[in-house]
Design a protein around this ligand. Structure first.
Ligand SMILES: Cc1cc2nc3c(=O)[nH]c(=O)nc-3n(C[C@H](O)[C@H](O)[C@H](O)COP(=O)(O)OP(=O)(O)OC[C@H]3O[C@@H](n4cnc5c(N)ncnc54)[C@H](O)[C@@H]3O)c2cc1C
Length: 288
């Protein structure tokens, strides 16, 4: 099959405009498995993104309102680049999530664009994007649109991406406050999440955000647990004092938001329990 290897986003968009059914290939760590397992028809042609440098970059933007600003991460930046360095310091939860993806080989190739393209509720990047209120940038020959990640994902492996549309990146605010990611699976490495949880504090707003993966048809935010905690504690302080009662009530409220099912990876009961344990544990870590 023909494989186009463009070096600019404009070349990609022009090709997708003429051939909207082309397969967009980023790291290939989802799509090649689907083709090899015959879960997806081999495409007539492929647009490989790896040579498009602007998709493999990230940039920091100052805020006009005096906040810490935002960061835009290109859709083609591999996880390996998120694990360490300045990006990991700005978004520790993203770094933690990236470190749990597959193996070093998968992290050298796999990308957030691919995680969003596949939109599995177990995708490790997605709870972080939800907790940090990321905006997904889409482009096509017809224009651009910016979609809040919560509106981008519409169901299991479903999203609002139109044929011929490219995810160019995501933008997230830089927040003051602790953040972390935790997942459980059937073993410690090379494992798809049975349950995943991301917690991010926002000291400037006195708020916390909590996002759950693999316990619903999309990633779930937990407004009940978030609002309850903000009413119980002063979240603007760097020194949180979390009692056992507060940690377990926070976990209980998170679990009440989850909508887990029984499947080949786990049971609904175990998943609900794991949400409660991970949410409580992340909150304790935030205090520590
Ligand atoms: C052994 C193994 C272990 C894995 N472990 C994990 C894990 O622990 N956690 C996890 O979350 N995932 C895991 N995965 C799945 C996969 O690595 C991730 O989902 C990864 O983020 C996919 O990124 P990619 O760049 O390889 O996507 P690709 O396979 O290239 O693409 C995936 C989908 O997204 C579309 N797409 C890609 N980029 C764009 C774009 N810029 N615009 C529009 N559409 C686009 C593609 O057309 C395709 O439909 C694993 C996979 C393997 C093979």
């Amino acid at each position: 099959m023909p494989v186009l290897t463009p070096s600019t986003v404009d070349e990609v968009l022009t090709h997708l405009g003429e051939h909207p059914e082309s397969l967009v290939l980023s790291g290939g760590t989802d799509v090649m498995v689907e083709i090899n397992m015959a879960h997806r028809k081999a495409p007539d042609d492929v647009v490989a993104l790896r040579g498009v440098e602007e998709l493999r970059a990230w940039s920091r933007h100052p805020s006009s309102a005096g906040g810490a600003g935002t960061v835009t991460i290109g859709a083609g930046l591999p996880y390996a680049e998120m694990e360490h360095g300045e990006l990991a310091e700005l978004f520790p939860a993203l770094a933690q999530a990236a470190r749990t993806v597959g193996s070093p080989q998968i992290r050298a190739a796999g990308t957030l664009g691919g995680n969003l393209g596949t939109c599995s509720p177990a995708g490790d990047g997605l709870p972080v994007l939800y907790a940090l209120d990321a905006v997904v940038h889409l482009r096509s020959v017809h224009g651009r649109r910016d979609v809040p990640v919560a509106d981008f994902m519409t169901g299991v492996k479903r999203n609002v991406l139109d044929a011929g549309e490219l995810i160019t990146g995501v933008t997230m605010p830089i927040r003051a406050g602790w953040q972390g990611y935790s997942k459980v699976g059937v073993r410690n490495a090379m494992v798809i999440a049975t349950v995943s949880v991301c917690l991010a504090m926002d000291r400037d707003e006195g708020a916390v955000s909590l996002a759950l993966g693999a316990v619903g048809t999309t990633i779930l935010r937990c407004p009940d647990a978030e609002n309850w905690l903000a009413g119980e504690l002063d979240l603007t302080t760097a020194h949180l004092d979390i009692s056992d009662a507060v940690a377990s009530e926070f976990g209980r409220r998170a679990a009440a938001t989850a909508a887990p099912i029984d499947d080949h990876r786990s049971t609904a009961a175990y998943r609900g329990h794991a949400v409660s344990v991970l949410a409580s544990r992340l909150l304790r870590r935030a205090a520590a």
